[in-house]
Ligand binder design. Structure first.
Ligand SMILES: *[C@@H]1O[C@H](CO)[C@@H](O)[C@H](O)[C@H]1NC(C)=O
Ligand SMILES: *[C@@H]1O[C@H](CO)[C@@H](O)[C@H](O)[C@H]1NC(C)=O
Ligand SMILES: *[C@@H]1O[C@H](CO)[C@@H](O)[C@H](O)[C@H]1NC(C)=O
Ligand SMILES: *[C@@H]1O[C@H](CO)[C@@H](O)[C@H](O)[C@H]1NC(C)=O
Length: 340
């Protein structure tokens, strides 16, 4: 081949490469703004082309920054609000940079493609921006940050269906915890991987909780009797965990509860006596290890009950729909007149 043509082809292909790799101009500015507020960024963070120069921790698709993964890098500083200019971002992992903190910028809520926001082990504080609620694909990983306990005005804590693991944090005197959220009305923590016991310190009579939804986790230990102190409760879901032991006898003090789910655990002892829970309408106690029992007589005193599941035999649940007089899989048949 003619050497001149070869040189030309080489130059042309180099140019094509660099054009393809050149980072979108807005993304360059945004990454530089992030860098400007951080110490200890990787040494490769030099120049004008994060995508083309393959800056450590930055991945790109078609010249747009798609992920920033800088876990455990010893980063120091705050998160720049310019992060929201990285409109193609799907993943932000800044976990375990303990000197990275400050308020989480509200603009993060405009990252429409963000799926993974991993900030465990960082020092971000202050209110979680409202805009986080608009991140439809957001998945929280790691442990529930104890600092949520500092959000004393929080009305609704909804972390349902994420990948949270570890314990439910309670305050220790030096660190905050969810027990401090005495104005909060909703604890929605269902469908995660939370483990450990439900801390008795979590609940107190000062609380104003309406919903405690802890279903589908990996919680163990017994149901704390302090739950019975939260008289404002209306819906309690502890189902689909590995809870053991007897149900605390003061649970029937929760007279405003309409829906109680205790099913799919390993609860034992006698069926709880729920006399007094006069607006209880839905009760599921099935698939536990309660003592075998006949139709509990107190059930007939629950005037609002429409649906009841419980097990006499392990792994076999019975349904009684009192409203429709439907009684399925129960033997012996209870005296229906008592159920009115
Ligand atoms: C929680 O608030 C207290 C008191 O305002 C403050 O000293 C502490 O640093 C905060 N903790 C976190 C983790 O934000
Ligand atoms: C129970 O519910 C009623 C009716 O909604 C309400 O007026 C009352 O304050 C509730 N009790 C508690 C302890 O929250
Ligand atoms: C019963 O509950 C256990 C958890 O305690 C669960 O693993 C099992 O799948 C449940 N069985 C049925 C039939 O739902
Ligand atoms: C259930 O509790 C009520 C009220 O505390 C009591 O009167 C009743 O005897 C108890 N029933 C059973 C079967 O223990």
């Amino acid at each position: 081949m003619n050497p001149k043509i070869l040189v030309f082809l080489l130059v042309a292909s180099l140019q094509i490469c660099s054009i393809a790799a050149r980072t979108d101009i807005d993304d360059v500015a945004a990454v530089k703004a992030l860098k400007g507020m951080w110490e200890n960024t990787p040494p490769s963070w030099e120049g004008q082309d994060p995508c083309g120069d393959q800056w450590d921790g930055i991945k790109c698709i078609n010249s747009r920054v798609n992920s920033i993964q800088l876990s455990s890098m010893g980063l120091k500083g705050q998160l720049s609000g310019y992060i929201s200019d990285l409109q193609e971002l799907q993943t932000i992992d800044l976990s375990y940079n303990k000197d990275l903190g400050g308020p989480l910028p509200t603009s993060i809520g405009s990252l429409k493609k963000l799926e993974n926001l991993i900030m465990v082990g960082c020092g971000f504080f202050g209110p979680i921006p409202d805009s986080i609620g608009s991140l439809q694909q957001l998945v929280f990983f790691g442990q529930i940050p104890p600092s949520i306990g500092n959000l004393s005005q929080l009305f609704w804590l909804d972390l349902t269906d994420n990948k949270l693991e570890g314990p439910i944090p309670i305050s220790t005197g030096t660190t905050p915890g969810l027990d401090m959220l005495i104005k909060t009305k909703h604890f929605h923590l269902g469908k995660n991987q939370l483990s450990g016991r439900i801390p008795p310190e979590l609940f107190s009579s000062d609380m104003r909780l309406k919903h405690v939804l802890f279903d589908s986790n990996k919680l163990t230990g017994s149901i704390p009797s302090t739950l019975g102190l939260v008289q404002t409760l209306e819906v309690v879901r502890l189902d689909r965990n590995s809870l053991t032991g007897p149900v605390p006898s003061n649970l029937n003090k929760l007279t405003n509860v309409s829906d109680l789910f205790l099913s799919n655990n390993k609860l034992s002892g006698p069926l709880p006596n729920l006399t007094g829970m006069n607006i209880l309408s839905y009760l599921d106690m099935s698939n536990n290890s309660f003592d075998a029992s006949n139709f509990p007589p107190w059930i007939s005193t629950l005037q609002s009950l429409t649906t009841l599941y419980w097990n006499k035999l392990r792994d076999r649940s019975q349904l009684i729909d009192l409203r429709n007089n439907l009684i399925a899989e129960y033997s012996p048949i209870p005296d229906k007149s008592k159920l009115k």
